[in-house]
Design a protein around this ligand. Sequence first.
Ligand code: LLP
Length: 432
Amino acid sequence: YGTSRILENGELAIGEIPVSKLAKTYGTPLYVYDELFIREQMRAYQRPFQHAHLPYRIAYACKAFCTIGICQIAKSEGMWLDVVSEGELYTALQAGFNPNHICMNGNNKSERELRYAVHAGVGLIIVDNFYEIELLAAILREQRRSLDILLRVAPGVEAHTHEFISTGQQDSKFGFDLKSGQIEMAVRRVKEHEELHLVGLHSHIGSQIFDVEGFRLAAHRLAEQYAFLTSNYQLELSVLNLGGGLGVRYTEEDTPTPIERLTAELIHVTQDAFSSFGIPFPLLMLEPGRSIVAQAGTTLYEVGSRKEIPSVRTYVAVDGGMTDNPRLALYGAKYEAAIATRMHEKPTEKVSIAGKCCESGDMLVWDAQLPEAKAGDLLAISCTGAYNYSMASNYNRIPRPAAVLVKEGFARLLVARESVEDMCRLDCILDE
Ligand code: LLP
């Protein structure tokens, strides 16, 4: 993907840097991020709006990968930022992000987090439930401030990987239930508080979505609510937020629609939905996470031990695993692996890539076709830029890897490698 290419000697280069050089400089495991690819994804979301001269906000959902450097890139590309915790908000502010271009999501924002968000001056809060309406209103009243909010709706659209099913999603911990009329109740409550400026509605139907159908249904249901609320409650709504969820290519089984085309389709379905209810096109807001950073990231590992079980399976173990990428263990996620210095060689064996943690579920790839993987080889797993570092753990007291940003032959650290001292830093020694 992006600026990855295979050099004449058969070695993978990312951002014009041979991966063996990156591994030597920064050690393994190592997350390598392709800067130009990230920037291009951010631009691809904005282009269809710019071409059509339509108002928009694209908020990078930084839960996918949140470091100061990534927030700086988002800022320089004119993005908004979607945060869901004190930690993400703190990181964004450290990056010098304009707080007015930050929105906050979450189904149980704490009083402390809401206070912090209000104090920092975030531009928008997506209110999820009745408890939050009262809590936020009280904080704003006390600080004599007001704030733009959206109400999050559970639109009854369930989106799963390739498919969407239009029932069931009602059973979700997020947002106001549409069927039982909770949105109308929420609007009445909001109207009791002059410090809450309701500017629109929000929905997020799921993640790793490949087509527009689920969004079409969500846009339609939201437009219906929008029309109902504007005419019955004299509200001046202007924003529609369709959340994130665009899918990426983890393996060749995945065939996502390119961002630019899907965004154009999202604009189209929203236009359709709004015009069918006779209301003007809103400011459309999206919150992509995965599709911005997933394919920009590659993890480099060093191959270590090997176990051959005759006529059963061969395990090849690497120096990382579920601690830096828990997605196979959690979701059964599929990845593609390659021996990064011998990309030209034909596969000669089927091996399963295991991690180094003390549990059998610690796998990265089942049944990878590879050239013979030997100890010391550099193994690359692609599409690890989203929900890998951000979900990494210190299980087995394994330090988190470093992440490095590469572009046109230059590398810059995004996050330094954690040390064993870092892990012990917060430990408290008991008195004898
Ligand atoms: N907006 C909201 C309100 C969300 O809950 C999410 C993701 C996003 C935006 C961004 O969605 P994306 O564009 O990244 O699909 N850990 C899981 C993914 C969890 C997604 C949670 N919410 C994984 O590794 O697949």
